[in-house]
Design a protein around this ligand. Structure first.
Ligand code: FE2
Ligand code: FE2
Length: 193
C-alpha cells in the first residue's frame, strides 16, 4: 500500500486547500484553530518516524488519519467531542474520494480513538496516530500557548495526558521523559496572569 497515496493527498487537501469545507471553516474560525495546519504537519512528522519503526502498520491508514483526526474541530456540532465529529466526517469524505470500505473503517477507528478517552486505540495504526498527536505537543508550543491564556493548570493536565498516551509505546515514553520533565518544570514556575 502506497503511503503517499491519492487518498492521503485528498485528505490533506480537505484540510488545507481553499475549495474544501474544512478549509473554509478554518478561515472563518477567527483564528481559533489557526494552529491546526502547523499541528497537523508536526503530527505527520511523528507519524512518519513511527511508521519507520513499525513497518507492520499501514502507512496509508495512518497518514489519512493524521489529516482527518482533528477535522471534527471544524466540521460538526461544537458541543460534540471532535473525535466523534472527525469519525463522522471521515466516513462521509473518504468514500467520495474512492477509499475502500476497509480503509474507511480503519481510518474511522484511528480518528475516533485518537484522544484515548471513551474509545481506546486498538490497532497499531490507531496507536501510532494517538502517540504522534501527543508527542507532537511536546515538540511544539501548545503548552505555553495554553498557559499564556491564563490556563496553566489546563496545560499541566494536557501534559500529563500526553505522557500517558505516549506510553502506548514504552520505548518512546523513555525518550520523551526529559521533555515532559522540562515542560513540567517550566509550567510549574510559569507566572499566572
Ligand atoms: Fe484532537
Ligand atoms: Fe491533534
Amino acid at each position: 500500500m502506497n503511503v503517499d497515496s491519492e487518498i492521503v493527498s485528498k485528505a490533506k487537501a480537505h484540510l488545507l486547500e481553499q475549495e474544501s469545507i474544512a478549509y473554509k471553516n478554518l478561515k472563518a474560525g477567527s483564528g481559533k484553530y489557526s494552529y491546526l495546519p502547523r499541528h497537523l504537519a508536526q503530527v505527520e512528522r511523528w507519524a512518519r518516524r513511527l511508521l519507520g519503526e513499525h513497518p507492520e502498520a499501514l502507512g496509508e491508514v495512518v497518514l489519512a488519519s493524521v489529516w482527518l483526526h482533528d477535522v471534527g474541530l471544524l466540521i460538526g456540532p461544537e458541543e460534540v467531542d471532535h473525535a466523534v465529529n472527525s469519525e463522522v466526517e471521515a466516513k462521509r469524505f473518504l468514500p467520495i474520494v474512492g477509499a475502500s470500505e476497509e480503509l474507511v473503517g480503519r481510518v474511522a477507528h484511528c480518528v475516533r480513538a485518537h484522544r484515548c478517552r471513551d474509545v481506546q486505540p486498538e490497532t497499531i495504526e490507531a496507536k501510532i496516530l494517538a502517540v504522534s498527536d501527543s508527542a507532537s505537543h511536546m515538540t511544539d508550543t501548545v503548552y505555553i500557548e495554553i498557559a499564556n491564556r491564563g490556563e496553566r493548570e489546563a496545560a499541566l493536565a494536557k501534559l500529563e495526558r500526553d505522557l500517558r498516551d505516549v506510553s502506548l509505546f514504552p520505548e518512546l515514553r523513555d525518550e520523551v521523559t526529559s521533555l515532559y520533565q522540562g515542560w513540567k518544570n517550566l509550567l510549574t514556575v510559569y507566572p499566572d496572569n
